[in-house]
Each structure stands twice: as C-alpha cells, then as structure tokens.
Ligand binder design. Structure first.
Ligand SMILES: Cc1cc2nc3c(=O)[nH]c(=O)nc-3n(C[C@H](O)[C@H](O)[C@H](O)COP(=O)(O)OP(=O)(O)OC[C@H]3O[C@@H](n4cnc5c(N)ncnc54)[C@H](O)[C@@H]3O)c2cc1C
Length: 459
C-alpha cells in the first residue's frame, strides 16, 4: 500500500459508535480507505463498467458478499467490470497509483477474501458467459454453478462442481471445486484445460499446460492473476441415481463407522457425504450408474434409504435446493487420512454436540488420482474432508466452530481453501501444504508488488 496515494477517512463520533457496535456484535469490520478524487477520476475514465465509491448510490449493495459476517468491510471502491478489457484497465490503473486489488466472482468466499478495507474490488459478476463446443465449456468467472449445470445439460454435458447454486465458478475453480460427481470426475480444477487471465503486469494471457501460472491457478486462489475465462473439459453424463438416509441421534456412531468404511473406497461412480449434528446424522450421495446397483452398494450404510434416479439436471437441482439468502456463519475444515478409531468417532460426536454441524465429503476416486504436486491443490491422499459449520450470531458461531475443530484436530490435518477459515492458525500451510513454497516463488515472480491481495492470499 502506498500511503501517499490512499488516505484513511476521518474518524467521527458516528463512525466510532458504529465501529464499537459492530465489534460488540462480533462482526469483522474494517473502515474504508478512500481514494483521492484524482484516483477516482482516472479509474472512471479507464473502464466502461461502473465504479462505486463510498459516496456513490448503490455502493452498499455492491460491496457486500454472501457471508454477512463481512458486512462491516468497506472497500475504497468496487469496479463492476464489463469485460476483460476493463479488467486490464483496472490493473493498469492500480499499477499507476499503487493500489491493491481483490477479485470477486460470486462473492461466496467463506473468509471474506473477495472484499477488503484497503484493496479495490474487481467485481467480475458480469463476466458470466457460458458456451459449449465439442466437449469443452468456456465459462466466465461470474457464471454461477446452477446456471452452468443448466446450460451444459442441454448438450448432455456437465462439470464436477459443488452444490450451492449461486457460487461463482471463478472462486470455486481457483480453490478446488468439490461436489457430488467428485469421486467420478475429480475437482472442478482437475477438468480445466486453460484460463484467460490478466496478470499484474497488465497483460492478457492464455494460460495452459506447461505454464507455472496454470499450475498455481489450479488450487492456489486469487493471489496470482485475475481470471477472465475458464475452459473446462465436460464429461457426457445424462442420468444419475441418488440416495439419502436419515439416522437418529442414537445411531450416529454406527452411521459414521459404516460411512467411513464405505465412502472413501467405494467405486468412483459413487460420491457420498455424511452430515452429523447434535440431532442425528444423514448420508446422501450420487451414483453415476443404475438405481439397483446403488441400492446394493449402500447396503452397508444401514438405515432406511430413499433411492431414486433422474436426468442429471434434475438430480443437481435436488442437491442445490432453493437459492440461498445472504447469511452469517463461521466455518472451518480438516482432512482425515486414516480410518477412524473408536476414540476418533467419539471425538467427532463430541464435535457434533458443540452446536456446529460436521459435513464429511468422501475423497478417493478421481480426486486422489493426481499427485499432490501436479496442481497447487495438495490434498490428494485424503480419505475425506470435514467441514465444520455454524450458522449463528458470529461470536457464537466462531466459538462453536473453534471448539468443534479442536476436538477433531488430533485425527486430521490441513484445511480446504474453499472452506477457508479466517481464524485458522497457519492457514496457508493448512491450505497448500508442501505446495506453499512453490506458490510463494510464483507469486514473487509474477506479482512482486503484491498487486492481488486477498486477505488470506500468498504474499
Ligand atoms: C452456501 C455455500 C455452499 C458452498 N458449497 C460448496 C461445495 O459444494 N463445494 C465446494 O467446493 N465449495 C463450496 N463452497 C465454497 C466455494 O467454492 C468457495 O467459497 C468459492 O471460493 C466461492 O467462489 P466465489 O467466486 O463465489 O467467491 P468469491 O468470494 O468471489 O471469491 C473467492 C476467492 O477467489 C478469488 N477470486 C474469485 N474470482 C476470481 C477471479 N476471477 N480471478 C482471481 N481470483 C478470483 C477471490 O479474490 C477470493 O479470494 C460453498 C460456499 C457457500 C457460501
């Protein structure tokens, strides 16, 4: 940050009171640093999209992200870029005035990394084009998961991705992209063949195999470039079978043991997820095969399964449900490599009794096929990830998540960058493991001035 070019707004009684109230409520708050009038004029002249500063009408709607936890964060400006040329213009402007930038696609980052009190937000929501040709989809980073599933289904095609309809593919693919086709087809990033990106030198580049940036963008997050398009190989899938099982509280340990024995080693066509909370457990999943074969496969999970099958898009709509509203939550994650012992299962049930929920995503299959150094995403030897999640007023949610994670921490390591936890100690080591030194070298080479600055980014 160049202190000469960005100055902090004056502290008034009103801002002080607002800050105190927000801190008492536990919100992650940061007051905006303001751009100078000259900087704002230059930015508006450089781009075709809208530039919103704290004094603009519409600024508050433009600055907030999915997690209300970050509603107190006020960026110096939000630039709603119209196209890749706008992105390039913003980077050139930022270089001229030495202003840091953060990118935003869908705004669903758990850690609020697509907003900032000090960096200008490059909002890529309008870059949401989805096109398809000969087994490859070209996706704008602002395209949302359900829109992608819907557009590709017309061609009998799909991408493996998550189950929130409004997550942006930009953030999803840069961190991983785990979903119910994960064990069959890998993470979203495993299907990427190339990116279009604007690098810190202001150049537009096609980034593909053999390029260090291609390696870094597949799992290393938003520290390296601004991605303006993603090309993804799309498997031909038209139907899927699905199941769900609910277990009462008394059956939680049995369900956890059965899921742990089956899900990480099942045929790769099956991806199964287990959720645990204080009320009970549920297992659900998707199988790219027939309904009778799925019934036979999940028999060891016990309970009374609901099993069905449908065209692929209908099954995805079943997982994504209704469009989620902005909400407040805290979350963390952990990877588990070894089968759970009785002591580990007891710890998991204790964690599920803290008020936080645990969501276990089975790995193995296509997710574990690449070597951990093949892409920046390092978690290729894990049995499953555990997401620890609490929807509650933020101080309560944070305490529950911290408590639950502490209970299960002896049985795992690492963390998933897409379930990013802003309160995690040694977060970068947890997200990137042994790939962190290489990511730091690439960052140093491509962005020595640290232009792209997500809060939990690579410095
Ligand atoms: C309700 C919900 C459900 C979810 N379900 C799943 C799931 O099933 N599976 C899963 O894997 N994940 C899931 N996630 C996590 C999600 O994948 C990550 O939060 C992802 O980073 C969100 O992407 P985004 O573009 O919406 O977020 P953003 O907040 O816009 O971006 C996230 C990060 O990526 C960077 N970034 C975004 N776009 C670009 C770009 N074009 N160029 C450079 N950097 C960029 C941002 O700077 C930020 O650091 C879920 C999240 C939510 C809130």
């Amino acid at each position: 940050m160049n202190r000469e070019t960005v100055h902090t707004g004056r502290v008034t009684r009103r801002t002080l009171l607002a800050a105190t109230a927000a801190l008492l409520a536990g919100a992650d708050l940061a007051e905006a640093r303001r751009l100078t009038p000259k900087q704002v004029r230059a930015l508006k002249a450089a781009v075709r999209g809208r530039v919103l500063t704290p004094s603009s009408a519409g600024y508050d709607a433009a600055r907030v992200v999915f997690n209300r936890r970050y509603d107190g964060v006020k960026p110096p400006a939000v630039v709603q870029v119209k196209d890749a040329a706008d992105v390039r213009a913003v980077v050139e402007w930022a270089n001229r005035f030495e202003i840091p930038l953060v990118s935003r696609s869908g705004g669903h980052g758990y850690n609020g990394d697509s907003t900032s009190a000090t960096a200008v937000v490059v909002d890529l929501n309008a870059l949401n084009r989805i096109s398809y040709r000969d087994g490859t989809a070209t996706l704008g980073p602002g395209a949302r998961t359900l829109a992608v599933y819907t557009a590709l289904a017309r061609h009998g095609a799909m991408i493996p991705a998550g189950s929130c309809p409004t997550v942006g593919v930009g953030g999803l693919v840069l961190g991983g992209g785990m979903g119910l086709a994960g064990r069959a087809y890998g993470l979203t990033l495993d299907r990427v063949t190339s990116f279009d990106a604007v690098t810190a030198d202001g150049k537009r580049r096609r980034v593909d195999d053999g390029d260090a940036l291609f390696w870094a963008l597949r799992g290393g997050g938003g520290s390296f470039a601004i991605v303006t398009a993603i090309r993804v190989k799309t498997p031909h899938v038209t139907h899927a079978a699905f199941f769900s099982i609910s277990y009462p509280r008394a059956a939680r340990e049995e369900a956890l043991a059965a899921w742990d024995a089956l899900a990480p080693h099942a045929p790769r066509a099956l991806t199964a997820i287990l959720t645990l909370d204080s009320g009970g457990a549920s297992a659900f999943g998707q199988y790219l095969g027939s309904e009778p074969a799925l019934r036979a496969l999940i028999r060891p999970l016990g309970g009374t399964p609901v099993v069905g099958s449908a065209d692929y898009l209908t099954v995805q709509k079943r997982w994504v449900g209704a469009k989620p509203a902005r909400t407040t939550f805290a979350a963390s994650s952990l990877y588990v490599r070894k089968p759970l012992t009785h002591a580990a299962r007891t710890a998991f049930l204790g964690a599920a009794d803290t008020g936080a929920a645990l969501i276990l995503d089975a790995y193995g299959g296509a997710i574990n096929r690449p070597h951990r150094a093949d892409t920046a995403f390092p978690h290729r030897d894990e049995r499953f990830s555990v997401q620890v999640l609490s929807y509650a007023p933020i101080m309560v949610a944070k305490a529950r998540v911290r408590h639950a994670r502490r209970l299960i921490a002896p049985y795992g390591s690492g963390a998933y960058a897409n379930y990013a936890d802003p309160d995690l100690t040694n977060a970068l080591r947890a997200y990137y493991g042994a790939n962190l030194p290489r990511l730091r070298r690439i960052k140093h080479e491509l962005d020595p001035a640290n232009r792209f600055r997500p809060a939990q980014g690579i410095r």
